[in-house]
Design a protein around this ligand. Sequence first.
Ligand SMILES: Nc1ncnc2c1ncn2[C@@H]1O[C@H](COP(=O)(O)OP(=O)(O)OP(=O)(O)O)[C@@H](O)[C@H]1O
Ligand SMILES: [Mg+2]
Length: 209
Amino acid sequence: MQAGDTPEFGPNSDPNEYKRWELTQAIRGYIPPRFRAEIHIPQEVIAWAKAGRGAGGIYLTGPVGTGKTHLGFAALAEWCRITETVPRPARYDTWDTIRFGPTVHTVRATALLDQLRPGSNDARQVVEDCQGACLLFIDDIGAEKPSEWTQEKLYEVVDERYARCLPLIVTSNLPPRSLAEHVGERTASRLAEMCTLVPLTGPDRRRPQ
Ligand SMILES: Nc1ncnc2c1ncn2[C@@H]1O[C@H](COP(=O)(O)OP(=O)(O)OP(=O)(O)O)[C@@H](O)[C@H]1O
Ligand SMILES: [Mg+2]
């Protein structure tokens, strides 16, 4: 059966099979097409995912094109499979009265901080979604232009997740020692404690060798 085909479910089907299929479809739909191909997942990333809801963070770092974002999504998919978390965006209940935040939230650091600039109407909501998601994936931290404001907002997100021991995936071109200059000492210190460091090496995979 091809990925994406709907299996036939009959009266004798395993009742959990449909649930598993639905989860696989939801994970696949969540991941951008470029990053859906299966890749090798390093042991420390598997170990991180296996910790499930109790997982800390992983910090995927390396030069341009070494596969950080792709591995970030592969880690996210593995974690969702293990915890049986359906990656859902924020949604309202049937009466539009209660808002549920996203279960899994992926943000590019640059876009995130754009949404958090002074004057933005939904900045509070954006911060809360990042703080409260079961899993947060921040892609390309340190690529944003640092300012006191962006550092403070990022700190609000990271500090809350740090306090609540919530799982986090971070990718960055910056090695951890250079991170403080970009995100501030307090955020860098928390990330250092929360995250297993996963260095990626090798050539830029986008360029034929
Ligand atoms: N382990 C892998 N095996 C095969 N292809 C891979 C692997 N990891 C990544 N790729 C592919 O290599 C390309 C670059 O990957 P990716 O965008 O994840 O790199 P990156 O490290 O995030 O780059 P940047 O620093 O520019 O953000 C993509 O086409 C991706 O699908
Ligand atoms: Mg990337």
